[in-house]
Design a protein around this ligand. Structure first.
Ligand SMILES: Cc1cc2nc3c(=O)[nH]c(=O)nc-3n(C[C@H](O)[C@H](O)[C@H](O)COP(=O)(O)OP(=O)(O)OC[C@H]3O[C@@H](n4cnc5c(N)ncnc54)[C@H](O)[C@@H]3O)c2cc1C
Length: 483
């Protein structure tokens, strides 16, 4: 069999893979993206939570940690996590980056050096803050509580171009794929732009392993029932924390890379609902509008999310059985919700089980429990001063930001990927996604994954890359671009 030869094969099309695919394609390279999920036209994304979970996410929606204390979520769709996420895009601060520099011995993990890459990515996205006129009842409760208790809050910055909430559009559905291509997912931004520069994409391709050779990298996988292989002069794993770690382990590299699968983090999140006498209608309009911006929270290692959920997720997370659960669900319109997200410091561990499945060992340590308790107390205070009738704590934690497992660093015993994004000892095999994170930042991760992808593109191409200068607000429906 003759294999097509690509300059670059990128496995995964999320925050890391999407940005990288664009810059390599724009530089004239022959690039192939292999993605396990499917390609969707924006207007066809599932219109209900159950279908969205089943069709756009791994394992039908959630993957439990080994002790089931945390339910992890990740996208399996062209565009990866950026299609099913909330697209809140924040830069990391010196608290996060100084820690990275110390752990990795990479000096360029600092606010100034990374600033150029943030600038480039942001210039190619439409970023908007949610105006007060778009707040729903949930945001008003959040703001009122913060103000009464003297905590600092700030508007959220979101990747979106035309949500038109004041025109009556509800944003909750876009967590299952934005039907208006307003949310700045990779599927609406960098991937279709890359296709205009010749990017090739194979969807429904599950990559199992890679073999690094002197002339390039062979990538093995499956499309449906068919075994496939592809050959690239260079290969970049951008399959996310669980995906890239698993591919490297499956490729028999566990012994060669002693740090592989170590240092797994996920920002554990704990949901607290409250019931109010009057309707809150938290499901209406702008889904999230505000964030906690209080230095005391940052120092204590948590933040509070102004968030809500659809009826299926609410039913899953509300406590109680039978009559109590039914009563709470009947009062869905009266529910408010705030989440505490913890900056975790107790590393988890990823490994391969005997039958090839990924074991995810991630427990809550004493620091995470303490941070969660402190945040939950503030949430209860907010509900108390804003007149909630009843407060309900979700029985399980969730992990949305999956990070680490292939940490970037200088030392081979504590990291997997070198400062130039190559796997230690394998100059043609690279990793560019959230698995590079040396620790949990306590901040939304995807903008930094995109910035690292911009930095990686420069490392691979050996030149400085300006932003594409794409006009703000421009989104392209991926199917339109590729038709
Ligand atoms: C509900 C939710 C809300 C979130 N909200 C935010 C937010 O507001 N802000 C923020 O910054 N972050 C948010 N996140 C997290 C953010 O989406 C992720 O951190 C980010 O997408 C990770 O980027 P990545 O490139 O590492 O991997 P991903 O975006 O996960 O992309 C990896 C891709 O690789 C594919 N893949 C995996 N394994 C294989 C394989 N073997 N073969 C082929 N393809 C494979 C996957 O299908 C996926 O498409 C949220 C996440 C969730 C689940």
């Amino acid at each position: 069999m003759t294999l097509s030869r690509y300059d670059y094969i990128i496995v995964g099309s999320g925050a890391g893979g999407g940005v990288l695919a664009f810059h390599l394609s724009r530089a004239g390279k022959r690039v192939l993206v292999l993605e396990a999920g499917q390609r969707w036209q924006a207007k066809d994304y599932p219109d209900n939570e159950l279908d969205a979970s089943a069709r756009l996410m791994w394992s039908g929606g959630v993957e439990p940690s080994h002790d089931a204390s945390l339910m992890l979520m990740r996208g399996r769709v062209l565009g990866g996590g950026t299609v099913i996420n909330q697209c809140l895009l924040d830069r990391f601060d010196s608290v996060a980056l100084d820690d990275w520099a110390e752990r990795s011995s990479i000096d360029s993990f600092n606010v100034t050096a990374l600033g150029r890459h943030y600038d480039a990515v942001e210039a190619d996205l439409s970023l908007q803050s949610i105006p007060e006129s778009d707040w729903n009842g949930n945001a008003r409760i959040y703001a009122d509580g913060f103000d009464q208790l003297g905590y600092r809050r700030a508007p959220l910055r979101r990747g979106q171009s035309r949500c038109d909430v004041s025109a009556g559009n509800d944003c909750m559905r876009c967590l299952g794929g934005c039907p208006r291509s307003s949310k700045q997912s990779m599927a609406a931004t960098f991937l279709p732009r890359a296709e205009q520069h010749g990017l090739e994409i194979v969807t429904g391709c599950h990559v199992h392993g890679v073999v690094h050779g002197s002339a390039g990298v062979t990538v093995y996988g499956r499309v449906g029932q068919e075994q496939v292989q592809f050959f690239g002069a260079q290969c970049v794993l951008a399959a996310g924390t669980l995906g890239s770690s698993r591919i490297l382990m499956n490729s028999g590299l566990t012994h060669a890379l002693p740090a592989l699968g170590k240092g797994f983090f996920c920002h554990p999140q704990f949901v607290t609902f409250a019931r109010y006498a009057e309707p809150v209608d938290a499901h209406r309009g702008s889904f999230q509008a505000l964030k906690s911006d209080d230095p005391r929270f940052r120092a204590a290692g948590f933040k509070l999310e102004n968030v809500f959920m659809g009826p299926v997720a609410a039913a899953y997370l509300l406590p109680g059985g039978a009559q109590m659960h039914q009563r709470l669900m009947r009062g869905y319109r009266h529910l408010a919700c705030i989440e505490v997200a913890v900056r975790d410091v107790t590393p988890g561990r990823l490994s391969l089980g005997r039958n090839g499945q990924l074991n995810i060992r991630k427990s809550l340590g004493a620091p995470e429990r303490r941070r969660a308790r402190e945040g939950l107390q503030v949430i209860r205070d907010i509900y108390r001063v804003t007149g909630a009738k009843e407060v309900m704590q979700a029985p399980t934690g969730i992990g949305l930001h999956l990070m680490g497992g292939c940490a970037q660093g200088v030392q081979r015993d504590t990291s997997v990927v070198n400062p130039e994004f190559a796997v230690h000892g394998m100059p043609r095999l690279h990793v560019v996604d959230g698995s590079l994170f040396p620790s949990a930042p306590g901040i939304n991760p995807s903008l930094t994954i995109m910035a690292l992808a911009h930095r990686a593109a420069e490392a691979l191409l050996g030149c400085t890359l300006p932003s594409a200068g794409i006009a703000r607000g421009q989104s392209i429906a991926i199917a339109e671009a590729s038709a």
